[in-house]
Design a protein around this ligand. Structure first.
Ligand SMILES: [Zn+2]
Length: 458
């Protein structure tokens, strides 16, 4: 199972297909289609849901960060937050061995039946990141552990070089482990595609208003995909024709139409109150918030997580627990009706976690808000003097970010037990884990969401 974080169906199935002969041939040999992501379509919950049969509420993983109970602070979600078995745990209990490489979240590393190399959460190359621990020394011949390329200055050419180098390491490690250990199941996630999209989406997508077909970045960006495709081809060659292979992504990507300062909107509509106006735009945690009069606040990102300031739950909470339901509904209605500042409807999506998930573990937000249904980035700063900004400013607040996440990721499935059937509709993240178990001949545990991808209709 090869994960390409953020890989978008329109890129892999259409635009870049001529540059990806290996994935293209898997499509011709097997099944492929879009793959509905989790709500929200964010890396941590999405990969965790895909291989656990659970939704974000059941996992209690609502984004990259989770709220610390009783406070307004957030902390990074890690492998320790996944308290249910994942595909490799189920396989391990059935006596199968797995190699799990760079799959979010797998840091800190936990014992599995087989080998594990930790994900992008690994704080430094020196931090323990493998199971068994001594595996790190064996893999050191491939260079310092680099699960992710976070930032390489402002030069896109340098980023492309770094992405190709890091993904070469990942595939070198995969080739080494898969040929020396011969696991029954292997899964690897390549983060480079996500980093590429966020750095230079307009170069990849002609439908982005910022696309310039003459930019040298168009070829640079394509080269990253072509490189990854070639390495997938080389890996599959080493594994032989009996291998069943799935290429999947956790969510897609789409052009950024702009950004919405959600906390500024909450201020304008009386939900959030500052004692003093900030001298310059700043994060909410640095602003002089009048919590006694603030009923709701938002954390920004690809979407906004909105929390109501309930008495007893937070210091200076001001909403009586008895009115939480009515206040939440009122805010959901107002957000859904919010326009883009020029009276044009935004077409936003507002989700109540209790309506979307089968359980609510941990500390869920009260509302998930997707401005323009992912057309707009949700921005958390206050003191901006405006609610809406264009794509350049929306991206700039996150280090020059070129795209937003999208609801649809992708899957391609091919192998001896997979029919040559062309495209399939209606696949969701959870189908991936179920299909991996079915193909392994291991029963799917009770309560798992998802169905076998081979049973989907055309
Ligand atoms: Zn992702």
């Amino acid at each position: 199972m090869l994960g390409l974080d953020c890989a978008a169906p329109a890129l892999v199935f259409e635009r870049l297909r001529p540059h990806m002969p290996c994935v293209s041939s898997l499509m011709s040999r097997g099944l492929w289609g879009t793959l509905r992501s989790s709500t929200p379509p964010i890396t941590m919950p999405a990969w965790a849901c895909m291989v656990s049969g659970r939704d974000p509420g059941e996992l209690g993983i609502y984004g990259f960060r989770n709220r610390i109970p009783g406070t307004r602070a957030l902390r990074m979600a890690t492998a320790d937050d996944v308290r249910v078995p994942r595909v490799w745990d189920v396989l391990g209990a059935a006596g199968r061995r797995s190699s799990v490489l760079y799959v979010p979240p797998t840091w800190p590393p936990r014992p599995i039946s087989g080998e594990l190399v930790g994900c992008m959460l690994t704080p430094s190359p020196e931090a323990p990141h493998t199971h068994p621990p001594e595996l790190a020394a064996e893999l050191s011949r491939f260079g310092p552990h680099t699960p992710d390329v976070v930032r390489v200055g402002a030069d896109p050419g340098a980023l492309v070089e770094a992405l190709i180098e890091a993904s070469s390491q990942h595939f070198d490690v995969a080739e080494h482990l898969l040929t020396t250990r011969k696991p029954d199941f292997a899964m690897m996630v390549e983060m480079g595609t996500d980093r590429l999209h966020h750095a230079m989406w307009p170069a990849l997508d002609p439908s982005d208003p910022r696309h310039d077909p003459r930019s040298p970045l168009v070829r640079d960006a394509r080269d990253v995909y072509a490189h990854i495709d070639a390495r997938i081809g080389r890996l599959l060659e080493r594994l032989g024709p009996d291998t069943t292979v799935m290429v999947v992504s956790d969510h897609g990507a789409r052009p950024l139409r702009g950004g919405m300062y959600v906390n500024e909107w909450l201020r304008q509509h009386g939900w959030l109150v500052l004692r003093t106006e900030p001298r310059a735009p700043c994060a909410l945690e640095h602003a002089d918030v009048d919590w006694g009069r603030t009923r709701a606040w938002a954390e920004g990102g690809y979407h906004a997580r909105i929390t109501l300031n309930v008495k007893g739950l937070f210091p200076d909470g001001c909403i009586e627990p008895a009115s939480l339901e009515a206040e939440t509904l009122a805010l959901a209605e107002a957000l859904a009706a919010a326009d883009d500042g020029t009276s044009r409807p935004l077409g936003s999506r507002v989700v109540r976690p209790r309506d979307a998930y089968r359980a609510l573990e941990g500390t869920p937000p009260d509302l998930l808000f997707f401005p323009g249904d992912l057309d707009f980035r949700a921005l958390g700063e206050v003191g901006t003097g405006t609610v809406f900004v264009g794509p350049d400013e929306a991206g700039a607040s996150r280090g020059n970010d070129g795209c937003n996440h999208d609801w649809e990721g992708l899957f391609v499935l091919a192998g001896p037990d997979v029919p040559k059937g062309g495209s399939r509709r209606g696949a969701g993240l959870h189908d991936v884990g179920v299909t991996a178990l079915r193909l392994s001949g291991v029963p799917v545990p009770d309560g798992w969401l998802g169905q076998d991808l081979r049973e989907l209709g055309a």
